[in-house]
Design a protein around this ligand. Structure first.
Ligand code: SF4
Length: 882
């Protein structure tokens, strides 16, 4: 039995995890009580990490042009291919597209190879899609990409403003920290600014369900109000800022008073007034902002509109005060530190600053340092589409799913001369268009560091052996670099030497990002590295710093922060008669990115088994769709086919679709294909929160479930999505027209060949019922349950039958007739205890539980990680209202 301290691979909270591996290789995890990010807590995703470490679906060896080959051959193909394109078309024709999932050491060498040795800045990261507007806003306001706050500020603030953040689902442990602080001090206020009523609103004293895209007007209005209310931090503003006058003028021009703000944001004036008053009166105020602010064609301005309010009041650099951008990914911050955005150099140095370029070039001994910014994510794929970029290396990300206008990204890659993909999974939508596939290590196997949203550097430590021929990303990048002739600069004994170089460069750079005190350590020091918040400069105490700007000095040339005048702009594409609804995309509670990891966990998959579109009842009526039906959501760029949810949590006029489903897990639910690629002109971040769409009914003639112990090829079925059950795959299926022969269709789906199989079936053409099962001996191997209505009955009962080694005659009869099978209890609400929504609703209805505590005692729901508590509270509140 071994125990290893490591860091969760999911969101930007960066929780510490203790992983325990027993003699049979079973992995159990618990929160690390010593890690400052979570102090022992984990959310549902973190708590289920042990279910995601199997080797099912893993890529275990390199491939070139569809043929297995050894590492030598694969690395030579990459190096030769890049060299050929470089010699024929120059450095502008090659690119890396990397990821906030990479560890800092891999990020560092990828950036070094591309910017310093290949000589172009065509390296960008998927973090561009997530938080680059916050980076740009920080740089404009503070002179560098600096996050002023620490998580403890959320517990020390008396007013917490959550702008564009569904914290309860996307950063659950931070939500739990705030919830606990609020339980301790109930007068502490929380304001949620979000067009949707999300789970986070369970904590809110005030929810501002503003019109999509109107955030800048709201914060401009707040800025003007603060001035009028005499809340300007005069001494701070005079001593430490520039631009307050111009910012106030712009704010007043666009949002002069509460009434005008209420009008443009579509909010009750009393709610706007309450928010402004609370903010004005409370010096300890933190504004936490996330993708709802960043993923906009004016995301940078929105970030600055928020920061302006904190600068005008001097609420920054003090305990419990400041603007706080939270990153989506586990190492988005690490990428920012090493310069993996196309417009940055390593250690927060600037590409367009000759002194910075000379410093980095000298430090690296680089032959040709890029001298201008490279292409940013969406523009990089545009350049591939035009044939200007001819060789690209994609690492640890799935752009065919996650980029806006994702079908174009797929076509661009399909037409590209050389596409190299490093991934830990065998099949993704992006590996399908790769020429060279490199097997990467993943969580539990990787060795390196990550930085979370509060600048805390933590170790990810391995506790599992590398499977097959999979190797670390830093290693494959360095091996390609060596084969391209850069042996000397890319010879490292291990990630500790890369980290050391990164730390030394930060000290030399002399900026706010300084981790010089961590340089010069041995491999043992690196192994023992404890979580630490940068800066950690040489000569300091080595303990890091919780918050920045305590002395009022910023990273601008004159040391003063800048208030930036903001002129609010509407989203790039407006809704119209053809596309009358605004599409908002985002995360669900228990899934992560494109499902490659979380979909392995039956317990996580059960919370949201199918992709969906959520509409307000008014919009559902207008669109002619009802809850549980299927609907087509289409934009000018693409379309998806998803299940309908109807709820008043959705603001009228806008709809929500989760971002997670790919073509590997569904027939047509890759929402990136429908999202417009309008970009913020400053940051290059796409507007993933606003695409005009329409929703149309998709009348299905039949619905059903397919369960199988092996993964099935769903072929050209109209609608299917895949969910992992315990030891099996579970498919939700539907079709516009029934097949001519159900028997033949079911056999083709469930049987690999026409060999004799133990096959039983039942059909009732009158009711549209068809049920069939394939058995091995008396053991159920797979089955198909078709009905004319949704949901097909019997899911829970049939799942139970898969647990048996022998089916009795009576159980076969139940399986085929469906008798004794009810419609099931719906999706799982508490992933840890496996308790369904239906079971909880029933207990509340019958008066067997009336509080979260009682649900915990009765079912164990909400008693472990706490991620489901906001949903339990919501359910109890709905019942209380009835
Ligand atoms: Fe992982 Fe959850 Fe912590 Fe995020 S909040 S780092 S997903 S355990």
């Amino acid at each position: 039995m071994t125990e290893v301290r490591t860091t969760c691979p999911y969101c930007g909270v960066g929780c510490g995890v203790i992983a325990r591996v027993d003699g049979r290789g079973t992995v159990n995890v618990r929160g690390d009580p010593q890690h400052p990010a979570n102090l022992g807590r984990l959310c549902s995703k973190g708590a289920a990490l042990g279910q995601t470490v199997d080797l099912v679906g893993r890529r275990l060896h390199p491939e070139v042009n569809g043929e297995r080959c050894d590492w030598d051959g694969a690395l030579a193909s990459v190096a030769d291919g890049f060299r050929r394109v470089l010699s024929e078309h120059g450095p502008g024709a090659v690119a890396f597209y990397v990821s906030g999932q990479l560890l800092t050491e891999a990020y560092y060498v990828a950036n070094k190879l591309m910017k310093g040795f290949i000589g172009t800045a065509n390296i960008d990261t998927n973090s561009r899609l997530c938080m680059s507007s916050a980076v740009a806003a920080h740089k404009r306001a503070f002179g560098a990409d600096l996050v002023p706050c620490a998580y403890e500020d959320l517990e020390r603030a008396n007013l917490i403003v959550l702008a564009g953040s569904n914290l309860a689902w996307c950063h659950p442990v931070l939500y739990q920290r705030i919830a606990q602080a609020k339980r301790r001090t109930p007068e502490r206020r929380v304001v949620v600014i979000d067009p949707r009523r999300t789970a986070t609103c369970e904590l809110a004293d005030l929810h501002l369900a503003l019109a999509p895209g109107s955030d800048a007007g709201l914060f401009n209005g707040l800025l003007a109000y603060l001035k009028d209310a005499g809340r300007v931090g005069r001494r701070f503003v005079e001593a430490h800022t520039e631009g307050a006058g111009a910012a106030l003028e712009a704010a007043r021009a666009s949002a002069p008073d509460v009434a005008s703000v209420a009008r443009q944001c579509g909010l009750p004036a009393a709610d706007v007034a309450a928010f402004f008053r609370w903010f004005a009166e409370e010096p300890r105020a933190v504004t936490l902002f996330s993708q709802g602010i960043n993923q906009s064609s004016s995301g940078t301005d929105k970030g600055n509109a928020i920061i302006n309010c904190h600068l005008l009041t001097g609420r920054i650099g003090r305990p419990g005060a400041g603007p706080f951008s939270i990153t989506g990914q586990p190492n988005a911050m690490g990428g920012r530190e090493v310069g993996a955005l196309a417009n940055q150099l390593a250690s927060h140095l600037e590409l367009d600053e000759p002194r910075h370029r000379a410093l980095v070039q000298g430090f690296w001994g680089a032959p040709r340092l890029a001298d201008r910014p490279g292409r940013r994510a969406v523009e990089l794929f545009d350049a591939i589409e035009r044939g200007e970029i001819r060789a690209v290396w994609v690492m640890g990300t799935n752009p065919v799913v996650s980029l806006p206008e994702a079908d174009r990204a797929r076509a661009a890659l399909a037409g590209c001369e050389l596409v190299v993909v490093s991934d830990c999974m065998r099949h993704t939508d992006t590996t399908a268009v790769a020429d060279v596939l490199l097997p990467a290590l993943t969580w539990g196997e990787r060795d390196g560091t990550v930085t979370n949203s509060e600048r805390c550097i933590s170790r990810q430590r391995p506790f599992l052996p590398p499977p097959g021929e999979a190797r670390a990303d830093w290693w494959s990048i360095c091996e390609v670099a060596k084969r391209m002739g850069f042996e000397e600069a890319f010879t490292y004994e291990g990630p500790h030497q890369i980290f050391d170089e990164h730390a030394r460069l930060s000290a030399l750079a002399g900026g706010a990002f300084d981790i010089g005190a961590l340089a010069g350590g041995s491999a043992q020091d690196y192994e023992a590295l404890r979580p630490v918040q940068w800066p950690v400069p040489r000569g300091g105490q080595g303990a890091g710093r919780a918050r920045l700007f305590r002395d009022g000095r910023f990273a601008t040339p004159d040391g003063r922060a800048r208030l930036v005048p903001v002129v609010p702009r509407p989203p790039a594409h407006r809704v119209d008669d053809r596309f009358p609804l605004a599409l908002n995309t985002g995360r669900v509670r228990d899934h992560w990115h494109t499902l490659t990891r979380t979909a392995k966990s039956p317990r996580l998959a059960a919370h949201t088994p199918e992709p969906y579109v959520e509409l307000h009842p008014r919009d559902a009526r207008r669109a002619g769709v009802g809850g549980g039906e299927l609907a087509r959501v289409s934009s000018a760029w693409g379309a998806v086919l998803v299940r309908v949810r109807v709820g008043a949590a959705q603001r009228p006029g806008s709809v929500f679709v989760p971002m997670h489903w790919s073509d590997i897990h569904s027939a047509q639910a890759r929402i990136g294909a429908a999202v417009n690629a309008a970009l913020d002109p400053v940051s290059g971040q796409p507007e993933s929160k606003h695409t005009p769409v329409r929703v149309e009914p998709w009348p299905a003639a039949w619905h059903g479930l397919v369960l199988s112990r092996r993964r099935l090829d769903m072929g050209a079925m109209d609608y299917w999505t895949c969910e992992r059950g315990p030891g099996l795959w579970l498919y939700h299926v539907a079709g516009r027209h029934p097949p001519a022969d159900w028997h033949a269709a079911a056999r083709a789906l469930l049987c690999r060949s026409e060999r004799q199989v133990n096959w039983v079936e039942y059909a009732d053409t009158g009711t549209g019922l068809y049920r069939a099962a394939r058995l091995t001996g008396a053991r159920l191997e797979s089955c198909i349950l078709i009905e004319s209505r949704y949901p097909a009955a019997g899911r829970d009962r049939v799942l139970d039958l898969f647990r048996r080694d022998v089916l009795s005659a009576q159980e076969r009869a139940v399986l085929l007739s469906g008798q004794g099978c009810d419609a099931g209890e719906g999706s799982v609400l508490c992933a840890c205890a496996g308790v369904t929504r239906g079971a909880i609703e029933k207990a509340v209805r019958e008066g067997r539980a009336a509080s979260v505590q009682e649900l915990g005692v009765r079912f164990g729901a909400g008693a472990n990680c706490g991620s489901c508590v906001p949903e339990l509270q919501h359910l109890l509140a709905i019942h209380a209202e009835r």
